[in-house]
Design a protein around this ligand. Structure first.
Ligand code: ATP
Ligand code: MG
Length: 393
Protein backbone atom coordinates (compact mmCIF):
# COMPACT_ATOMS: atom_id res chain seq x y z
CA UNK A 1 0.00 0.00 0.00
CA UNK A 2 1.24 3.48 -0.78
CA UNK A 3 0.19 5.97 1.89
CA UNK A 4 -1.44 9.12 0.59
CA UNK A 5 -0.57 11.25 3.59
CA UNK A 6 1.78 11.78 6.52
CA UNK A 7 0.92 13.19 9.88
CA UNK A 8 3.80 15.19 11.33
CA UNK A 9 4.26 15.32 15.08
CA UNK A 10 6.21 17.98 16.89
CA UNK A 11 6.96 18.71 20.51
CA UNK A 12 4.32 21.09 21.70
CA UNK A 13 6.25 22.18 24.75
CA UNK A 14 8.23 24.68 22.70
CA UNK A 15 5.25 26.41 21.21
CA UNK A 16 3.13 27.83 23.97
CA UNK A 17 1.10 30.92 23.24
CA UNK A 18 1.77 33.31 20.43
CA UNK A 19 4.96 31.60 19.29
CA UNK A 20 2.95 28.68 18.14
CA UNK A 21 2.11 29.90 14.66
CA UNK A 22 5.70 31.04 14.09
CA UNK A 23 6.89 27.58 14.99
CA UNK A 24 4.31 25.86 12.79
CA UNK A 25 4.82 28.17 9.83
CA UNK A 26 8.58 27.65 9.98
CA UNK A 27 8.06 23.91 10.20
CA UNK A 28 5.76 23.92 7.18
CA UNK A 29 8.31 25.97 5.25
CA UNK A 30 11.18 23.64 6.14
CA UNK A 31 9.12 20.57 5.24
CA UNK A 32 8.32 22.06 1.83
CA UNK A 33 12.01 22.82 1.32
CA UNK A 34 13.00 19.28 2.24
CA UNK A 35 10.38 17.73 -0.04
CA UNK A 36 11.54 19.78 -3.03
CA UNK A 37 14.49 17.44 -3.16
CA UNK A 38 12.41 14.35 -3.63
CA UNK A 39 10.30 13.32 -6.59
CA UNK A 40 6.58 13.73 -6.34
CA UNK A 41 4.12 16.45 -5.60
CA UNK A 42 2.97 17.25 -2.08
CA UNK A 43 0.66 19.62 -0.25
CA UNK A 44 1.73 20.62 3.24
CA UNK A 45 -0.87 22.16 5.52
CA UNK A 46 -1.58 22.86 9.14
CA UNK A 47 -4.99 22.29 10.63
CA UNK A 48 -6.09 22.11 14.24
CA UNK A 49 -2.59 22.00 15.66
CA UNK A 50 -1.45 19.32 13.25
CA UNK A 51 0.69 19.30 10.18
CA UNK A 52 -0.25 17.03 7.30
CA UNK A 53 1.57 16.21 4.12
CA UNK A 54 -0.72 15.01 1.37
CA UNK A 55 0.94 13.09 -1.42
CA UNK A 56 -0.58 14.24 -4.68
CA UNK A 57 1.38 11.88 -6.90
CA UNK A 58 3.48 8.75 -6.73
CA UNK A 59 6.55 9.15 -4.57
CA UNK A 60 9.43 7.22 -3.08
CA UNK A 61 8.44 6.39 0.49
CA UNK A 62 11.99 5.79 1.80
CA UNK A 63 13.26 8.97 0.22
CA UNK A 64 10.42 11.06 1.64
CA UNK A 65 10.98 9.63 5.11
CA UNK A 66 14.71 10.27 4.82
CA UNK A 67 14.16 13.89 3.80
CA UNK A 68 11.63 14.47 6.59
CA UNK A 69 14.04 12.94 9.09
CA UNK A 70 16.29 15.93 8.37
CA UNK A 71 13.72 18.56 9.31
CA UNK A 72 14.38 19.96 12.77
CA UNK A 73 11.26 20.36 14.88
CA UNK A 74 9.73 17.06 13.77
CA UNK A 75 9.51 14.49 16.55
CA UNK A 76 7.50 11.89 14.67
CA UNK A 77 6.62 11.02 11.08
CA UNK A 78 3.42 8.98 10.84
CA UNK A 79 2.23 7.56 7.53
CA UNK A 80 -1.49 7.99 7.92
CA UNK A 81 -4.75 6.96 6.26
CA UNK A 82 -7.21 9.85 6.16
CA UNK A 83 -10.88 9.02 5.72
CA UNK A 84 -14.12 10.89 5.50
CA UNK A 85 -16.47 9.95 8.32
CA UNK A 86 -18.95 7.53 6.76
CA UNK A 87 -20.17 6.06 10.04
CA UNK A 88 -18.66 3.56 12.44
CA UNK A 89 -19.53 0.47 10.37
CA UNK A 90 -17.50 1.76 7.43
CA UNK A 91 -14.70 2.84 9.73
CA UNK A 92 -14.57 -0.61 11.18
CA UNK A 93 -14.20 -2.13 7.70
CA UNK A 94 -11.52 0.39 6.80
CA UNK A 95 -9.58 -0.47 9.93
CA UNK A 96 -9.65 -4.19 9.04
CA UNK A 97 -8.36 -3.35 5.59
CA UNK A 98 -5.68 -1.09 7.05
CA UNK A 99 -4.39 -3.88 9.28
CA UNK A 100 -4.43 -6.33 6.43
CA UNK A 101 -2.47 -3.96 4.17
CA UNK A 102 0.10 -2.83 6.69
CA UNK A 103 0.60 -6.11 8.58
CA UNK A 104 0.54 -9.10 6.23
CA UNK A 105 1.90 -11.17 9.12
CA UNK A 106 -0.82 -11.17 11.76
CA UNK A 107 1.16 -12.78 14.56
CA UNK A 108 1.28 -9.55 16.49
CA UNK A 109 -0.04 -7.99 19.65
CA UNK A 110 -2.00 -4.75 19.44
CA UNK A 111 -3.83 -2.08 21.30
CA UNK A 112 -6.40 0.34 19.91
CA UNK A 113 -5.91 3.93 20.99
CA UNK A 114 -8.86 6.11 19.98
CA UNK A 115 -9.15 9.84 20.45
CA UNK A 116 -12.01 12.15 19.62
CA UNK A 117 -11.35 15.76 18.69
CA UNK A 118 -15.05 15.96 17.79
CA UNK A 119 -17.26 15.15 20.72
CA UNK A 120 -20.30 14.70 18.46
CA UNK A 121 -19.05 11.32 17.30
CA UNK A 122 -21.63 8.70 18.43
CA UNK A 123 -19.10 6.48 20.24
CA UNK A 124 -16.71 7.73 22.88
CA UNK A 125 -13.04 6.77 22.90
CA UNK A 126 -13.48 3.82 25.24
CA UNK A 127 -16.30 2.41 23.14
CA UNK A 128 -14.26 2.76 19.97
CA UNK A 129 -11.33 0.98 21.62
CA UNK A 130 -13.45 -1.87 22.89
CA UNK A 131 -15.57 -2.38 19.78
CA UNK A 132 -12.72 -2.18 17.29
CA UNK A 133 -10.55 -4.37 19.53
CA UNK A 134 -13.16 -7.10 19.51
CA UNK A 135 -13.69 -6.90 15.78
CA UNK A 136 -9.97 -7.17 15.12
CA UNK A 137 -9.79 -10.28 17.33
CA UNK A 138 -12.72 -11.80 15.43
CA UNK A 139 -11.33 -10.95 12.01
CA UNK A 140 -7.71 -11.91 12.70
CA UNK A 141 -7.61 -14.66 15.33
CA UNK A 142 -3.77 -14.75 15.31
CA UNK A 143 -3.67 -11.26 16.76
CA UNK A 144 -3.67 -10.71 20.53
CA UNK A 145 -4.30 -7.72 22.76
CA UNK A 146 -1.45 -6.33 24.82
CA UNK A 147 -2.30 -3.06 26.51
CA UNK A 148 1.14 -2.54 28.05
CA UNK A 149 3.64 -3.15 25.28
CA UNK A 150 1.84 -3.88 22.01
CA UNK A 151 3.65 -4.53 18.73
CA UNK A 152 1.03 -2.35 17.07
CA UNK A 153 -0.36 0.74 18.72
CA UNK A 154 -3.28 1.50 16.45
CA UNK A 155 -4.26 5.14 16.70
CA UNK A 156 -7.72 6.10 15.53
CA UNK A 157 -8.33 9.82 15.73
CA UNK A 158 -11.74 11.25 15.02
CA UNK A 159 -11.05 14.69 13.62
CA UNK A 160 -12.36 16.59 10.63
CA UNK A 161 -11.17 13.52 8.81
CA UNK A 162 -10.56 10.21 10.53
CA UNK A 163 -6.87 9.45 11.01
CA UNK A 164 -5.66 5.86 11.16
CA UNK A 165 -1.99 5.24 11.87
CA UNK A 166 0.24 2.86 13.73
CA UNK A 167 3.73 3.63 12.52
CA UNK A 168 5.78 6.49 13.94
CA UNK A 169 9.25 7.12 12.58
CA UNK A 170 11.34 9.16 14.95
CA UNK A 171 12.14 12.68 13.77
CA UNK A 172 15.30 14.60 14.64
CA UNK A 173 13.66 16.80 17.28
CA UNK A 174 14.97 20.30 17.89
CA UNK A 175 13.24 23.39 16.55
CA UNK A 176 12.44 24.46 12.98
CA UNK A 177 15.19 26.51 11.38
CA UNK A 178 14.20 30.15 11.32
CA UNK A 179 12.53 30.28 14.71
CA UNK A 180 15.61 31.44 16.59
CA UNK A 181 17.38 34.07 14.54
CA UNK A 182 20.50 33.64 12.47
CA UNK A 183 24.11 32.81 13.28
CA UNK A 184 27.34 32.99 11.32
CA UNK A 185 29.25 29.70 11.18
CA UNK A 186 33.02 29.80 10.75
CA UNK A 187 33.22 26.92 8.35
CA UNK A 188 36.55 25.32 7.56
CA UNK A 189 37.14 22.12 5.68
CA UNK A 190 37.54 20.12 8.89
CA UNK A 191 35.37 17.66 10.73
CA UNK A 192 34.22 19.92 13.53
CA UNK A 193 32.74 23.08 12.10
CA UNK A 194 30.04 21.43 9.91
CA UNK A 195 28.91 19.50 12.99
CA UNK A 196 28.84 22.72 15.01
CA UNK A 197 26.62 24.34 12.38
CA UNK A 198 24.29 21.34 12.37
CA UNK A 199 23.94 21.45 16.15
CA UNK A 200 23.12 25.13 16.36
CA UNK A 201 20.71 24.87 13.43
CA UNK A 202 18.95 22.12 15.35
CA UNK A 203 17.97 24.76 17.92
CA UNK A 204 16.10 26.65 15.21
CA UNK A 205 18.92 28.98 14.19
CA UNK A 206 19.31 29.83 10.53
CA UNK A 207 22.91 29.53 9.36
CA UNK A 208 25.12 31.72 7.22
CA UNK A 209 28.76 30.73 6.89
CA UNK A 210 32.16 32.27 6.31
CA UNK A 211 35.23 30.55 4.94
CA UNK A 212 38.66 32.18 5.01
CA UNK A 213 40.76 30.95 2.19
CA UNK A 214 44.33 31.76 1.38
CA UNK A 215 45.13 31.23 -2.27
CA UNK A 216 47.59 30.10 -3.53
CA UNK A 217 48.42 28.43 -0.21
CA UNK A 218 45.02 26.84 -0.19
CA UNK A 219 43.73 25.38 -3.41
CA UNK A 220 40.48 25.74 -5.28
CA UNK A 221 39.79 22.16 -4.28
CA UNK A 222 39.96 23.13 -0.62
CA UNK A 223 37.39 25.83 -1.32
CA UNK A 224 35.21 23.39 -3.24
CA UNK A 225 35.39 21.04 -0.27
CA UNK A 226 33.98 23.76 1.98
CA UNK A 227 31.20 24.45 -0.53
CA UNK A 228 30.41 20.72 -0.58
CA UNK A 229 30.29 20.64 3.23
CA UNK A 230 28.00 23.66 3.26
CA UNK A 231 25.76 21.86 0.78
CA UNK A 232 25.50 18.79 2.98
CA UNK A 233 24.69 20.94 6.01
CA UNK A 234 22.13 22.91 3.98
CA UNK A 235 20.03 19.77 3.62
CA UNK A 236 19.20 20.33 7.29
CA UNK A 237 19.34 24.09 7.51
CA UNK A 238 17.95 25.35 4.23
CA UNK A 239 19.99 27.58 1.89
CA UNK A 240 23.30 28.82 3.31
CA UNK A 241 24.90 32.09 2.27
CA UNK A 242 28.57 31.19 2.24
CA UNK A 243 30.94 34.16 2.41
CA UNK A 244 34.36 33.37 1.02
CA UNK A 245 36.99 35.84 2.23
CA UNK A 246 40.50 36.06 0.87
CA UNK A 247 42.70 35.90 3.94
CA UNK A 248 46.11 35.55 2.26
CA UNK A 249 47.48 39.05 2.72
CA UNK A 250 46.46 39.21 6.35
CA UNK A 251 48.03 35.85 7.01
CA UNK A 252 51.30 36.77 5.28
CA UNK A 253 51.46 40.07 7.08
CA UNK A 254 51.00 38.43 10.46
CA UNK A 255 53.55 35.80 9.47
CA UNK A 256 56.11 38.50 8.66
CA UNK A 257 55.53 40.61 11.74
CA UNK A 258 54.66 38.40 14.67
CA UNK A 259 56.46 35.65 16.59
CA UNK A 260 55.68 32.42 14.81
CA UNK A 261 54.56 30.56 17.89
CA UNK A 262 51.79 33.16 18.27
CA UNK A 263 50.78 33.00 14.65
CA UNK A 264 47.76 30.74 14.99
CA UNK A 265 46.27 32.69 17.88
CA UNK A 266 46.72 36.04 16.20
CA UNK A 267 45.36 34.69 12.97
CA UNK A 268 42.34 33.31 14.75
CA UNK A 269 41.76 36.65 16.43
CA UNK A 270 41.66 38.27 13.01
CA UNK A 271 39.31 35.64 11.68
CA UNK A 272 36.95 36.34 14.56
CA UNK A 273 37.18 40.09 14.01
CA UNK A 274 36.33 39.74 10.32
CA UNK A 275 33.58 37.22 10.99
CA UNK A 276 32.07 39.64 13.42
CA UNK A 277 32.00 42.39 10.81
CA UNK A 278 30.22 40.09 8.37
CA UNK A 279 27.82 38.95 11.06
CA UNK A 280 26.86 42.53 11.87
CA UNK A 281 26.24 43.33 8.21
CA UNK A 282 24.12 40.25 7.67
CA UNK A 283 22.08 40.46 10.87
CA UNK A 284 23.60 37.38 12.43
CA UNK A 285 23.25 37.40 16.19
CA UNK A 286 26.31 35.34 17.03
CA UNK A 287 29.30 33.43 15.73
CA UNK A 288 29.52 29.64 15.68
CA UNK A 289 32.75 27.65 15.73
CA UNK A 290 33.75 24.01 15.95
CA UNK A 291 36.13 24.55 18.86
CA UNK A 292 36.43 22.00 21.64
CA UNK A 293 38.52 22.47 24.78
CA UNK A 294 41.98 21.04 24.49
CA UNK A 295 41.62 19.59 21.01
CA UNK A 296 44.64 21.46 19.63
CA UNK A 297 47.04 24.14 20.90
CA UNK A 298 44.71 26.90 19.75
CA UNK A 299 41.85 25.46 21.77
CA UNK A 300 43.25 25.32 25.28
CA UNK A 301 41.35 27.42 27.80
CA UNK A 302 44.05 30.08 27.53
CA UNK A 303 43.96 30.07 23.73
CA UNK A 304 40.19 30.22 23.64
CA UNK A 305 40.29 33.14 26.07
CA UNK A 306 42.76 34.93 23.81
CA UNK A 307 40.64 34.25 20.72
CA UNK A 308 37.45 35.19 22.45
CA UNK A 309 38.84 38.47 23.74
CA UNK A 310 38.31 40.22 20.41
CA UNK A 311 34.64 39.23 20.23
CA UNK A 312 31.88 41.48 21.44
CA UNK A 313 29.28 39.21 19.92
CA UNK A 314 28.32 35.88 21.55
CA UNK A 315 30.34 32.96 20.24
CA UNK A 316 28.55 29.63 20.25
CA UNK A 317 30.79 26.59 20.54
CA UNK A 318 28.42 23.63 20.67
CA UNK A 319 31.26 21.07 20.60
CA UNK A 320 33.12 22.58 23.52
CA UNK A 321 32.80 19.51 25.75
CA UNK A 322 32.88 16.82 23.06
CA UNK A 323 35.64 14.31 22.38
CA UNK A 324 36.82 13.99 18.80
CA UNK A 325 35.27 10.53 18.59
CA UNK A 326 31.85 11.87 19.57
CA UNK A 327 32.17 14.63 16.97
CA UNK A 328 33.13 12.09 14.31
CA UNK A 329 30.06 10.03 15.15
CA UNK A 330 27.79 13.00 14.51
CA UNK A 331 29.62 13.92 11.32
CA UNK A 332 29.11 10.37 10.06
CA UNK A 333 25.44 10.54 10.97
CA UNK A 334 24.85 13.84 9.16
CA UNK A 335 26.94 12.86 6.14
CA UNK A 336 29.81 15.35 6.31
CA UNK A 337 32.57 12.99 7.46
CA UNK A 338 33.54 11.59 4.05
CA UNK A 339 34.05 15.08 2.66
CA UNK A 340 35.75 16.43 5.78
CA UNK A 341 38.52 13.84 5.67
CA UNK A 342 39.50 14.59 2.07
CA UNK A 343 43.15 15.64 2.28
CA UNK A 344 43.10 19.23 1.02
CA UNK A 345 45.12 21.63 3.10
CA UNK A 346 43.26 24.37 4.90
CA UNK A 347 44.74 27.74 5.61
CA UNK A 348 45.61 26.92 9.20
CA UNK A 349 47.87 23.99 8.36
CA UNK A 350 50.08 25.93 5.95
CA UNK A 351 51.27 28.45 8.49
CA UNK A 352 51.44 26.31 11.60
CA UNK A 353 54.45 26.84 13.83
CA UNK A 354 56.46 23.88 15.07
CA UNK A 355 55.87 24.88 18.67
CA UNK A 356 52.75 27.02 18.95
CA UNK A 357 52.03 28.58 22.32
CA UNK A 358 49.53 26.52 24.25
CA UNK A 359 49.07 29.00 27.08
CA UNK A 360 49.14 32.37 25.39
CA UNK A 361 49.30 35.39 27.64
CA UNK A 362 46.76 37.89 26.42
CA UNK A 363 49.01 40.85 27.23
CA UNK A 364 51.82 39.43 25.13
CA UNK A 365 49.48 38.68 22.25
CA UNK A 366 48.12 42.22 22.39
CA UNK A 367 51.64 43.61 22.36
CA UNK A 368 52.52 41.50 19.32
CA UNK A 369 49.46 42.79 17.55
CA UNK A 370 50.53 46.41 18.10
CA UNK A 371 53.42 45.67 15.71
CA UNK A 372 50.88 45.20 12.97
CA UNK A 373 50.11 48.95 13.00
CA UNK A 374 47.46 50.52 10.87
CA UNK A 375 48.31 48.47 7.86
CA UNK A 376 46.39 45.49 9.23
CA UNK A 377 43.22 47.61 9.43
CA UNK A 378 43.64 48.34 5.80
CA UNK A 379 44.20 44.69 4.95
CA UNK A 380 41.09 43.73 6.89
CA UNK A 381 39.04 46.28 5.00
CA UNK A 382 40.38 44.95 1.72
CA UNK A 383 39.72 41.37 2.76
CA UNK A 384 36.10 42.20 3.50
CA UNK A 385 35.84 43.68 0.03
CA UNK A 386 36.84 40.33 -1.46
CA UNK A 387 33.70 38.79 0.05
CA UNK A 388 32.36 36.35 -2.53
CA UNK A 389 28.88 35.20 -1.54
CA UNK A 390 27.91 31.74 -2.72
CA UNK A 391 24.35 30.63 -2.12
CA UNK A 392 24.56 26.96 -1.30
CA UNK A 393 21.46 24.77 -1.39
P1 ATP B 1 37.61 22.01 12.04
O1 ATP B 1 37.64 20.52 12.05
O2 ATP B 1 36.26 22.57 12.17
O3 ATP B 1 38.37 22.58 10.86
P2 ATP B 1 39.88 22.23 13.71
O4 ATP B 1 39.95 21.20 14.71
O5 ATP B 1 40.68 22.11 12.47
O6 ATP B 1 38.37 22.47 13.33
P3 ATP B 1 40.92 24.92 14.08
O7 ATP B 1 41.59 24.89 12.75
O8 ATP B 1 41.67 25.35 15.27
O9 ATP B 1 40.24 23.55 14.48
O10 ATP B 1 39.68 25.85 13.96
C1 ATP B 1 38.79 26.03 14.99
C2 ATP B 1 37.52 26.60 14.42
O11 ATP B 1 37.78 27.83 13.76
C3 ATP B 1 36.88 25.73 13.36
O12 ATP B 1 36.04 24.75 13.92
C4 ATP B 1 36.13 26.73 12.55
O13 ATP B 1 34.91 27.07 13.17
C5 ATP B 1 37.04 27.94 12.57
N1 ATP B 1 37.96 27.97 11.42
C6 ATP B 1 39.21 27.48 11.32
N2 ATP B 1 39.74 27.68 10.11
C7 ATP B 1 38.80 28.35 9.39
C8 ATP B 1 38.73 28.87 8.05
N3 ATP B 1 39.73 28.73 7.19
N4 ATP B 1 37.60 29.50 7.67
C9 ATP B 1 36.56 29.62 8.53
N5 ATP B 1 36.57 29.17 9.78
C10 ATP B 1 37.66 28.53 10.23
MG1 MG C 1 40.31 23.41 10.74
Amino acid sequence: MQYKAFLIKYAEIAIKGKNRYLFEDALVRQIKYALKKTEGSFAVSKTQGRIYIECLSDYDYDDVVEKLSMVFGITGICPVVLLEDRGFEELSKDVMKYIDDVYPDKHKTFKVHARRARKDYPLDSQEINATLGERILDEYPEMKVDVHDPDILLSIEIREKINIYSVTIKGPGGMPVGTNGKGLLLLSGGIDSPVAGYMIAKRGVKIDAVYFHAPPYTSERAKQKVIDLARTVSAYTGPIYLHVINFTDIQLYIYENCPHEELTIIMRRYMMRLAQEIAKKTECLGLITGESIGQVASQTMQSLAATNEVCTMPVYRPLIGFDKQEIIQISEKIGTYETSILPFEDCCTIFVAKHPVTKPNINIIRRSETKLSEKIEDLCKKALETDEVIVVR
